[in-house]
Ligand binder design. Structure first.
Ligand code: SIN
Length: 330
């Protein structure tokens, strides 16, 4: 019988990082080891892997702090090609931790089909004395081949998180991710996935009256033809903020596309300093679309009698930035 296939796309990150000294978990270079090399040792430790055909493809090799819309476009097309292939059961993506939640959320908005797309990562480089990448990758493969898995999710430190809820909450610990109030979707124990709940898709996720369900086609077409997404920046409300940053963002800059959207990370329940509010209203009057989120790491803005822009519930500022950019492609 023909073996079923899993497509594994490598994009770099610490999981593919290498340090000069094995004990160094900070001074390494991310995105060095090819994805085939990350995969190769796992066959020997997990006999169940022999029942599957693992097809590795290097899509990028970068530190995910440098992730951009062009790379997302290439990655989304490679992942969609896998999802459209009837021989492929699932897609796994190796990625840096720093913008993992953004890539996962982006993919959850643009990919179509319900097969699993599992992103994984590591906090320690591949050269570490005790790297976490091999276990994370093995767990991701277990999730990808689990018949119950669906949609885009993130596997790290034995937990499975949804693309919508996950965020990186610690700069150093191996268990660096949290799904906040929502909690993880599942955990992985010795290659078995124990589900706590179903992976919710973004169906029905509607922000500022924009129905994101219809965004995928327009967004991917835009990325393919323009190589970039509409420019949306994030600003934060804080004590002493002046609004000068917003005015500066409105100025034309050679080689930089004009500003089309702004996400503001408000204080508490999405409230804004009066000086920043005035600057954002100036931006709005120049045609810039403003979305409001909260800088609180947990919870979400609770809608109330809104005096200004409605909150981009339930999105964090960085995820709201992606949703707004994609909605502006229409
Ligand atoms: C990166 O995000 O590529 C570097 C950091 C990491 O993967 O932990």
């Amino acid at each position: 019988m023909e073996k079923r296939k899993v497509l594994i796309l490598g994009t770099g990150g610490t999981i593919a990082g290498r340090a000069q000294v094995a004990g160094d978990n900070v001074g390494y270079k991310a995105g060095e080891v090819p994805v085939e090399e990350l995969l190769a040792p796992l066959n020997a430790v997990a006999p169940w892997m022999r029942r599957w055909h693992w097809q590795a493809q290097q899509v990028a090799q970068l530190d995910s702090k440098d992730m951009d819309a062009a790379t997302w476009g290439v990655l989304a097309q490679a992942a969609q090609a896998g999802l459209d292939d009837p021989d492929v059961t699932a897609v796994v993506i190796t990625h840096g931790t720093d913008t993992l939640e953004e890539t996962a959320f982006f993919l959850s908005l643009v990919l179509t089909g319900n097969k699993p797309v599992v992103l994984t990562c590591a906090m320690r480089p591949a050269s570490a004395l005790v790297p976490d990448g091999p276990q994370n990758l093995l767990d991701a493969l277990a999730v990808a081949t689990d018949p119950t898995a669906s949609g885009v999710c993130v596997v790290a430190a034995g937990n499975v998180h949804s693309a919508l809820s996950v965020s990186k909450v610690h700069p150093y610990k191996v268990d660096a991710f949290s799904s906040g109030d929502a909690g993880p979707l599942a955990c992985v124990e010795e290659g078995r996935v124990r589900w706590f709940k179903k992976n919710i898709s973004n169906d029905g996720l509607s922000t500022d009256g924009i129905d994101l369900d219809a965004a995928p086609y327009a967004a991917l077409k835009w990325l393919k033809t323009k190589g970039d997404s509409p420019r949306v920046e994030v600003v934060t409300s804080h004590a002493g903020v002046t609004g000068a940053m917003v005015d500066a963002l409105l100025q034309p800059l050679a080689g930089v596309p004009p500003l089309m959207g702004l996400v503001v990370a408000g204080t508490g329940n999405g409230t804004l300093h009066a000086a920043l509010l005035a600057a954002l209203q100036r931006a709005c009057s120049q045609g810039v679309v403003v979305w409001r989120s909260t800088r609180c790491p947990f919870g979400q803005v609770v809608p109330g009698p809104e005096l200004v822009w409605p909150p981009a519930v339930p999105l964090s500022p960085v995820k709201a930035r992606i949703a707004l950019a994609l909605s502006l492609t229409r």
